[in-house]
Design a protein around this ligand. Structure first.
Ligand SMILES: [Zn+2]
Length: 283
């Protein structure tokens, strides 16, 4: 077609449009643009997947290593004590049949004496949160017996200080302890997964402090601790780690309290001995 005004043919305009089509057009219907978007999305998820994979491998490496260590440890224990019992291996856990009960209130654990059942979970775990107990984590639990004693103790504590008793940590499962250890916490500060008193569902940490020095530098905490030292045994609680590594196997922890029942806690208080000393003497 010939345009009389411009004297140019429309054919030239059509060619111009064709040229425009060949340049990049950021339009979802443009196949090149679409492929590029798919490539970006694919790369994003690939990177996300690889990062998650590295994280999971790192976590599992420790988890698997601790399980293997536990199996070897239990085998050694069985060999040393010359106890020939039926051992069952379920999902890499050694479950000792009729060998021992992990549930007594006076069950002793330290970094040499473990639970018989690696994945022991106490029954009747109850949330500690109440009018007198502040649970600063999501959902802290203790066994019924320990929880009832804690509530009574916290009520009397409240009458003295007009403050709730603050629970920083209570029952900790085997898997949770594995996670804590995966952050490379020393054995003197954090128990290995199958050795932690927190797995009994009878131990709790009160008031937040990461070291003994930090705890004792806080005058409020010191006054709470003094009250606990004088009164906790009346409710069945004992400060498990108070004489240092040589006696108790762990560093001094003024915040860590273990429910042992009133009669044993009272006995330890009267004789001024720790649970570890009592256990050693009773063997
Ligand atoms: Zn503790």
């Amino acid at each position: 077609m010939f345009n009389k005004k411009t004297g140019k043919s429309k054919k030239i305009n059509i060619n111009k449009n064709d040229k425009r089509k060949k340049t990049f057009n950021p339009n979802l219907f443009n196949p090149i643009y679409r492929i590029r978007i798919y490539a970006y999305i694919f790369t994003f998820f690939l990177v996300l997947y690889l990062v998650s994979l590295i994280f999971v491998i790192h976590q599992n490496r420790y988890f698997i290593a601790t399980k293997i260590n536990h199996i070897n440890f239990v085998k050694e224990q069985v060999k040393d004590n010359q106890i020939i019992e039926e051992n069952e291996i379920i999902n890499n856990d050694i479950v000792k049949k009729n060998y021992g009960d992990d549930s007594p209130i006076t069950k002793f654990v330290n970094n040499k004496i473990s639970f018989y059942n690696l994945s022991y979970v106490p029954k009747n775990l109850i949330n500690v949160s109440s009018d007198y107990v502040a649970d600063i984590k999501w959902y802290q639990t203790l066994r019924t017996e320990a929880n009832q004693a804690l509530q009574q103790m916290a009520k009397d504590f409240f009458d003295n200080f007009w403050e709730k008793m603050v629970v920083v940590s209570a029952y900790r499962s085997y898997d949770y302890q594995v996670w804590i250890k995966s952050r490379w916490c020393s054995d003197l500060f954090c128990a290995k997964p199958w050795f932690s008193e927190h797995q009994t569902g009878l131990a709790l940490d009160l008031w937040e402090a990461s070291t003994q020095k930090e705890f004792l530098n806080n005058s409020k905490f010191v006054s709470y601790f003094e009250w606990m030292k004088e009164n906790a045994y009346k409710y069945g609680f004992h400060n498990t780690y108070q004489k240092g590594v040589a006696v108790d196997w762990y560093v001094v922890e003024p915040w860590h309290w273990r429910y042992l029942g009133v009669s044993l806690a009272k006995k330890l208080f009267n004789e001024n001995i720790t649970f570890a000393e009592y256990y050693k003497n009773s063997k």
